[in-house]
Design a binder for this molecule. Structure first.
Ligand SMILES: [Zn+2]
Length: 120
């Protein structure tokens, strides 16, 4: 499952970072996930519950709360510079509503960022 690997990646990165700061128990994680990652919120929560069911490695995630902020996807037209929103489903056929060009760059929506975490 796609969401499981996103959560596993997150937990690995947080665990690594926490250890370098001497943190043994992580209480909160704020994750930012772009819409183009195609992650389903229910599946993200489910994956998080499963992967932290036994507290994770060393019990670091025994009482961790995960907050996820979903970022909408935004494209910028390469021809006229207009910004416009897009969904995962329409990305492949996206055209600029201003000039009709299909050349774009992704401005946001493709991110998987650990915004912050807390613990002691
Ligand atoms: Zn355009």
């Amino acid at each position: 499952m796609h969401e499981t690997s996103l959560i596993q990646f997150t937990l690995d990165a947080v665990a690594r970072e926490a250890r370098t700061h001497g943190i043994k128990h992580v209480s909160d994680i704020l994750l930012i996930v772009g819409e183009l990652k195609g992650a389903l919120p229910d599946q993200m929560e489910y994956a998080f519950r499963i992967l932290t069911a036994h507290g994770g490695e060393d019990g670091m995630f025994a009482e961790t709360k995960l907050d996820i902020e979903y970022r909408p996807a935004l494209l910028r037209c390469r021809d006229c510079g207009h910004n416009y929103p897009v969904t995962v489903e329409s990305l492949a056929s996206a055209v600029c509503p201003h000039c009709g060009s299909s050349a774009y760059q992704i401005i946001s929506g493709n991110e998987l960022l650990i915004d912050s975490f807390r613990g002691e």
